[in-house]
Design a protein around this ligand. Structure first.
Ligand code: KIV
Length: 266
């Protein structure tokens, strides 16, 4: 059992203290990030891009994810470990159960799935069998080919209503956490108010219950050269990585990150 549990995150939400999350893929960074006080380590399928050099997350396998979860588990010092189910690893409920079990047995404490209200049955089945679920809404990178690119979601009123309804439906299905990526800040604030589970944002403004960034992005490392507007380089002005990680935790807790310019308008 890690020091940080879902109950800890619920208490942070209840008392209005922001939750910190960063992606993490190996033991050394898991040690540094958890020692810096980050509450949730996300073994994201972004590893397909930042570690493996692919141009999307689609080539990542569940075995890849399990390998990196096991690495993170060895270095972790008390943080909660969330792990992505990769592309097509949860196309059916049976696949979701089998692949989530592999990630939980490797060391994850919860799994993250990208989607919408259609995931309700999967969320409910996983939760009933002891696997907490975080649902990733908004810009869902595994659907980049359907979305037509990495674009802000929920700008039109109908899309925004759908996102709000999906969030409420997924909480009712048993989701333990939501992650909102690249949605207008005002919409993210509304969704955060509409549900009682913690909502973590990336490119979703400062009103969500917590923040996440890709570790390599916030350390100023970029393979493609493209830096999304919601990223801040926390290495700037810092002597070393532990100081940059501490600066991130401080900025999220103080709500000085994200600033207005890191978010999106409707
Ligand atoms: O895979 C990942 O790193 C993610 C973050 C972008 C939230 O899902």
């Amino acid at each position: 059992m890690p020091d940080i549990t879902l109950t800890t995150l619920q208490s942070l939400k209840a008392r209005g203290e922001k939750i910190t999350m960063l992606t993490c893929y190996d033991a050394t960074f898991a040690h540094a990030v958890s020692q810096a006080g980050v509450e949730v380590l996300l073994v994201g399928d972004s590893l397909g891009m930042v570690l493996q050099g692919h141009d999307s997350t689609l080539p990542v396998s569940n075995d890849d994810m399990a390998y990196h979860v096991a690495c993170v588990k060895r270095g972790n010092r008390g943080a909660l470990i969330a792990a992505d189910l990769p592309f097509m690893a949860y196309a059916t409920v049976e696949q979701a159960l089998r692949n989530s079990a592999q990630l939980m047995q490797a060391g994850a404490h919860l799994v993250k799935l990208e989607g919408a209200a259609w995931l309700g049955e999967t969320v409910s089945q996983l939760t009933q069998r002891g696997i907490p679920v975080c649902v990733h809404l908004g810009l869902t990178p595994q659907s980049v080919n359907v979305l037509g690119g990495y674009k802000v979601q929920g700008r039109q009123e109908q899309q925004a209503r759908q996102l709000r309804d999906d969030a409420v439906a997924l909480e009712a299905a048993g989701a333990a956490m939501l992650l909102l990526e690249c949605v207008p800040s005002a919409l993210a604030a509304e969704i955060t108010q509409a549900v009682s589970i913690p909502v973590i944002g990336i490119g979703a403004g400062s009103a969500t219950d917590g923040q996440v960034l890709v570790l390599h992005d916030m350390l100023g490392l970029s393979l493609s050269g493209h830096v999304p507007r919601f990223v801040k380089n926390f290495m700037a002005g810092q002597a070393d990585i532990p100081n940059a990680l501490a600066a991130y935790v401080k900025a999220v807790k103080e709500v000085s990150f994200p600033a207005i310019e890191h978010g999106f308008n409707a």
